[in-house]
Design a protein around this ligand. Structure first.
Ligand code: A2P
Length: 288
């Protein structure tokens, strides 16, 4: 039974979020994205994750319309980009994303990358100003939940201290070989839902022999093991694929459970498939 449609996490504001999302990072704009999003919805996904920086919001909207699934049944996330920091630009950025998506509201809007000390000594104020723009759009009903992405504890602490509405989500890179579990646990301890980008390590971890051996033990693929691993850490996975059979299989993870011992092994795997993206180091404009 396919239950990515019905199983949900609940955010701090009471909004339900389907527990597996379909990721669209690096999915080419145009027919590919529109068709993949339509396929994911037809295959039972009810949660689509995009971003302004992915350049495919328009096609994501097209895919949603093509699927024929009611808007109210779909959870749509998009993200604020680093060039739009500050209150007024952020308000405008939300409007731009809504226009591109062809939607009246999004379910979740995230700060894609934090402003950090290397970029500006005023990074805390800059993030807080961006956040105020998001709070306005949340109060205006254009966004049902607000959160962040790639925030390490110091970034999160500063934002929480300066905000009226606390962030509800932190989306981080997470997969066997790079679970950055301390950052994940910190977000969770602050009451945020942690989400996993690249839960399959962008495909790089899927050929690992140890991972495949463990997956075979459960009669599952390495990709399914990765998705289940996230769920068992209370982390919401956002796997992506452009192939319908994989889109479907990646969410077929509700008929097995990874043992405690294997969870420990997965958490302790040597580094593998790390993207190299860190909020403090990366050239902010070049990151997607
Ligand atoms: P493809 O689109 O050809 O299926 P992540 O979600 O961690 O970013 O990983 C996405 C990458 O993993 C894509 O390159 C995708 O390629 C590949 N991928 C997704 N699902 C599977 C799967 N079930 N088996 C093998 N590769 C997969």
């Amino acid at each position: 039974m396919f239950t990515a449609k019905t199983e949900c996490f609940t955010l701090a504001n009471g909004v339900n979020i389907p527990c597996i999302g379909y990721g669209t990072w690096q999915t080419p704009d145009g027919e590919t994205t529109a068709d993949c999003v339509r396929a994911a919805l037809e295959l039972g996904y009810r949660h689509i994750d995009t971003a302004f920086a992915y350049g495919n919001e328009k096609s994501v909207g097209e895919g949603i319309r093509r699927s024929g699934v009611a808007r109210s049944e779909i959870f749509v996330t998009t993200k604020h980009w680093v060039t739009e920091r500050g209150y007024a630009k952020t308000v405008n950025a939300v409007e731009t994303s809504l226009k591109l998506l062809g939607l009246d509201y999004v379910d979740l809007y995230l700060i894609h990358w934090p402003c950090v000390a290397k970029i500006s000594p005023d990074w805390k104020e800059i993030n807080a100003d961006t956040w105020r723009g998001m709070e306005k759009m949340y109060r205006d009903g254009k966004i049902r939940a607000i959160g962040v992405s790639n925030f390490f504890p110091a970034h999160l602490d500063a934002l929480i201290a300066m905000s009226e509405i606390k962030p509800m989500v932190n989306q981080l890179e997470f997969h066997p070989g790079y679970p950055q579990i301390d950052n994940i646990r910190y977000s969770q301890s602050c009451g945020l839902l942690a989400e996993a980008w690249s839960p399959l390590g962008s495909g790089a971890v899927l050929s690992d022999p140890a991972l495949n051996e463990m997956a075979a033990k459960y009669g599952k693929t390495a990709a399914q093991l990765c998705v289940r691993f996230a769920l068992q850490c209370d982390v919401l996975p956002l796997p992506k694929s452009t192939r319908p059979e994989r889109i479907s299989a990646n969410a077929d993870v509700f008929d097995f459970a990874i043992s405690d011992e294997d969870m420990k092994t997965l958490l302790a795997m040597p580094q593998l498939g790390f993207s190299g993206f860190l909020p403090e180091d990366a050239p902010a404009d070049a990151i997607a």
